[in-house]
Design a protein around this ligand. Sequence first.
Ligand code: AMP
Length: 328
Amino acid sequence: MSDTQTPVLIGGSIAIDHIKTPVAEGKNLLGGSASFTGFAASYFTSPVHLVGIIGKDFPQEHLDLFASKGIATDGLERSEGDTFSWTGSYHENMNTRDTLAVAINVLEDWTPKVPAHAAASPIVVLANMHPLNQLQMIEQLTAEKPFIAADTMDLWITIANDDLHKVLQKIDLLVINESEAREFCETSNLIIAGQRLLEKGPRHVIIKLGEFGAILFSNEKHLTNPPLPGSHLPSLPGVALFRCAAFPLTEVADPTGAGDSFLGALAGHLASTGKTEFSFDDLRRAIAYGSVVASFTCEAFSANRLAHLTRADIESRLNLLKNLTHWP
Ligand code: AMP
């Protein structure tokens, strides 16, 4: 199913979600940032190591689904409490949503524990979780120079800003939503936000634009190969830019986990190259895979589409995206 044997370590939330969209509702769904990230990565590389915590209520069928995708769950702590739960409701445009309820439950006093064999993974994804948990995971890594990608959210920008800044000093790539980037950098200009995020530490920043795709900002002094001529703005010296479209969908059932799937496919693709230092082109390709895999996630509730793909499904959509977005 996957291209390579480069391990990817993924930490984040494992959740039970309750989701409402303008047309349908789903209760007790498998969710969580690490779950979606793990499924997406599993199409590109193996092993995928999950680190997270679940409660006594977590259904065995979800663990079986992880196992069926070859995802290693020995880094999932089992607690006597209840699994973290999130309830969200989407607006008419499906691009914005409200959090209706959060039950922190087992995440409350959680300290991630990375199994020794997983700690040596050369590619690490810190999916959305408290920045303190992201720092605790970083402390346990043993690979010489792992490539670390992290996600975050508006909540942590508000309540854990200092810890989030510490995370940014230790990671290679930050992936963030456009509204969060604007809030974090106190500017309505996304290009300025990308530049400011690079100044906070990571060598690459991706701002996700939902149904409109994503923008990559790379600090040129960290690129292994010079980027393509023409990938700079005169007003932004030293920063290489790439703009990727989203795969166009005619029906969106539930966008929950699209961002996590984007990150998982991106990291999985990077792992599949067998490298740990990436060129600008590696990142451009990885973003295209991220966009394509995220589009599948949106087509059904929970991971109901994401967890049942083939590599051929992904490659055929990747080719379509390429045709739809380049010109002679
Ligand atoms: P996304 O749609 O990519 O932003 O990811 C949505 C997933 O993030 C859902 O499955 C939620 O369970 C999970 N989630 C929501 N809030 C939090 C939080 N505060 N910490 C960790 N995970 C969360």
